[in-house]
Design a protein. Structure first.
Length: 207
């Protein structure tokens, strides 16, 4: 399984499972990193991924509709619906589809924060991508997101109020630096080489 959260779900659906279950975390690509040219950040927030109900994209929209200090970069997730466009009408935003990892890394590097409000994830790869790029993260306290983020992000119960409170915290230079430094350190625990080695050992153990 790719997280303890996923392992817990597995046992919930298969309570009589007698086999050994191994948790092996995903890695993160080396293209995500700090860029020396991106020493400053802007007022843009990142939202990465699709926008299904459990992703809580609407909570972010509600937060930004009550605070126009920030602009929004929406990454992927398919074409915006008419309903989404209507809700975004008072927000300055850009939508990127088919973006390269290199360009995504640039956005991570210059963004004010990644807001990852999803209430249910198997892993939550954008969290680690953001950590590696030195981008502060705001995410949900449940599922695998808190497990992956640990104390290296601002973690809590997702609501417009929590998102806005977290953004205000990140305006504090000392808090921001502490969160970024923790994220960069935490990201070192995740690599595809480590994932491969652990997966290989897991298969070898059952041969």
């Amino acid at each position: 399984c790719i997280s303890e959260s996923t392992k817990k779900d597995l046992y919930q659906f298969y309570p009589n499972l007698n086999k050994k279950v191994k948790v092996i975390y995903n890695g993160v690509g080396n293209m995500f990193k700090r860029i020396s040219d991106y020493k400053t950040f802007n007022n843009r927030l990142l939202y990465v991924g699709d926008r299904k109900n459990h992703k809580n994209f609407n909570q972010l929209i509600l937060a930004l509709n009550s605070n126009n200090d920030f602009e929004l970069d929406i990454i992927g997730g398919g074409k915006l619906t008419k309903q989404e466009l209507s809700k975004l009408s008072k927000i300055s935003f850009k939508h990127f589809e088919g973006i390269s990892d290199e360009d995504l890394n640039k956005l991570y590097n210059s963004a004010f924060a990644l807001v990852y409000p999803s209430s249910y994830e198997g892993f939550g790869l954008p969290i680690i991508e953001a950590f590696k790029a030195g981008c502060p993260v705001i995410c949900h306290k449940g599922s695998s997101t808190a497990e992956i983020a640990k104390d290296s992000a601002i973690v809590g119960e997702i609501s417009p109020e929590f998102i806005l409170e977290s953004l205000m915290k990140l305006k504090n230079v000392d808090i921001r630096k502490k969160i970024i430094d923790k994220g960069i350190l935490e990201a070192k625990n995740y690599s595809w080489n480590k994932c491969f080695e652990q997966t290989n050992k897991a298969y070898e153990s059952i041969l």
